[in-house]
Design a protein around this ligand. Structure first.
Ligand code: GLN
Length: 493
């Protein structure tokens, strides 16, 4: 197979080509860098490249193939790492000016696992500053363009990770999801994005945004690739006190099970109101497809969903205001020039180093946590969060998996929401609840709208039930046959 064709294929197919010696890992990695040379100036997916590291890893894979050693399943598969996860000795900026000169002193746990699995890390992917945003327009580095239409946003905050995979600048990627940042860009870029159960993947070495909501997960072209990458990164980690000490199954194992007797609930509040016509039709069609495969379809009402955005923007900003206190110009990162005194140094460093959206969130979060307002806002939000979780517990006593759109609409035009933070926040209406409840949720592409932009469907399951979730997603993926390689092909000159 032509190598330019191969870089648009799934990780599974690429790994077979490596094993059959149709191509070497070095050639595959090099072909991805050639693609970056061709398209990156139009996309903006990466903050920095980690070419020495990727080439060295690819060579190791080739040596092992040559000597007949067994390889981990994803060895040699080019990966984009969101720029909020540490890769030792390379920059980690979280797309913020305040970390523009920061070099990671250690590896994140996920990065160590990628290393153990001989996965070449191609570069650090662009993102919204500190993962705050839904369009990737809050990056201090540069804007990311959607490979399906360069005038549209790729979604955020893991927009660089998703754009890289959609544009053939990586085969798989890691993103982080605090309120939808894996699923939303996956949906806008026609990819599979999975936010695992909270605690399933270690957050050690991930720059914290809102620690009780943040979770790392895969962005891939297929459901099987997603399961394979989750196999690599999942597991207990002593270095993360919220990491779950639970057995990790082989997530690829149940993919092919049939859906007889599986109960799927569509979330009434998300499937009926405020959707674009194309998204609504795609949701209906997916429900029909599941019925035809023998699944039982049930309507589930989650009335508290209407409060979820309000709850999220209290909890997330409160945690962010505390987490971001560490960026003060003393310990690491950017420091203002010529401050008058210590206080002036703190103030100017933060005023100059943080972008608008980050400052907005720090102010909001500090306000919500201040004495006098704590009970009215933060405590109320936490109480509601508990009720949201109870709603899900009830739902999962009736069904195996829940279904909803990932977003009420497809990717929007660059610049169209950036002046209006509230309308930007509303893009998260369907994704945020999974983070509030800690449950796993994923996006899979189910078609194109009338503008030829990908439409994403969201599936959610109970905690630690990713195998069922992946199985249900795999079945729909097979039925839909979404052609994920279209934009990559049109971008290859
Ligand atoms: N869009 C949401 C926000 O801006 C979610 C971001 C995320 O998941 N990191 O907070």
């Amino acid at each position: 197979m032509d190598i330019r064709e191969l870089i648009t294929k799934s990780a599974k197919e690429q790994s077979e080509a490596l094993r059959n010696k149709e191509v070497s890992a070095l050639e595959l990695t090099q072909a991805v860098y050639d693609q970056i040379d061709t398209v990156e100036s139009k996309i903006g997916a990466y903050n920095s490249l980690t070419k020495d590291y990727a080439i060295e890893t690819a060579k190791k894979v080739d040596e092992k193939i040559k000597s007949g050693e067994t390889l981990p399943p994803l060895a040699g598969i080019p990966l984009a790492l969101k720029d909020n996860m540490n890769l030792k000795s390379y920059p980690t900026t979280a797309s913020s000016k305040i970390l523009s000169n920061f070099i990671s002193p250690y590896d994140a746990t996920v990065t160590l696992k990628l290393k153990e699995n001989l996965i070449p890390i191609i570069g650090k992917a662009n993102m919204d500053e500190f993962a705050m945003g839904s369009s990737n327009e809050n990056s201090a580095t540069k804007i990311v363009h959607n490979p399906w239409n360069l005038n549209k946003v790729p979604g955020g905050s893991s927009g660089g990770s998703a754009a890289a995979v959609a544009a053939g600048e990586a085969t798989v990627a890691l993103g982080s999801d605090t309120g939808g940042s894996i699923r939303l860009p996956a949906s806008y870029c026609g990819l599979v994005g999975l936010k695992p159960t909270y605690g399933r993947v270690s957050r050690y070495g991930l720059i914290a945004f809102a620690s009780s909501l943040d979770q790392i997960g895969p962005i891939t072209r297929t459901v099987e690739d997603s399961a394979m990458l989750l196999n690599v990164i999942a597991g207990h980690d002593e270095k993360d006190s919220t990491s779950l000490n639970e057995p990790v199954p082989d997530f690829t194992k149940e993919l092919k099970n049939d859906l007889k007797g599986v109960k799927i609930g569509y979330i009434k509040e998300l499937c009926t109101e405020g959707l674009s016509g194309d998204v609504e039709n795609a949701v209906k069609k997916s429900i029909e497809t599941y019925k035809s495969m023998g699944a039982e379809i049930i309507e589930i009402s989650l009335p508290l969903i209407k409060y979820s955005i309000a709850v999220y923007y209290i909890v997330a900003t409160a945690e962010a205001s505390s987490n971001l206190a560490r960026f003060d110009g003393v310990k690491y990162g950017y420091r203002t020039k010529n401050p008058e005194n210590l206080y002036d140094m703190y103030v100017k460093t933060r005023a100059e180093g943080f972008g608008e959206e980050v400052k907005r969130r720090i102010m909001l979060g500090t306000y919500a946590l201040s004495s006098g307002y704590y009970d009215a806002y933060y405590k109320k939000a936490q109480q509601l969060r508990r009720l949201v979780k109870q709603d899900f517990d009830n739902a999962f006593s009736k069904v195996d998996v829940l279904l909803a759109p990932t977003c009420p609409h497809t990717a929007f035009d660059l610049g169209s929401k950036i002046e209006d933070p509230l309308s930007m926040y509303l893009t998260d209406i369907a994704t945020i609840t999974a983070n509030l409840a800690g449950i796993p949720a994923m996006n899979i592409p189910v078609g194109l709208d009338s503008d030829n932009m990908p439409i994403g469907l969201q599936l959610l399951s109970d905690c630690l039930n990713e195998t069922k979730l992946l199985n249900v997603a795999f079945k729909l993926e097979n039925a839909v046959q979404f052609n994920y390689s279209i934009p990559s092909k049109s971008l290859v000159k």
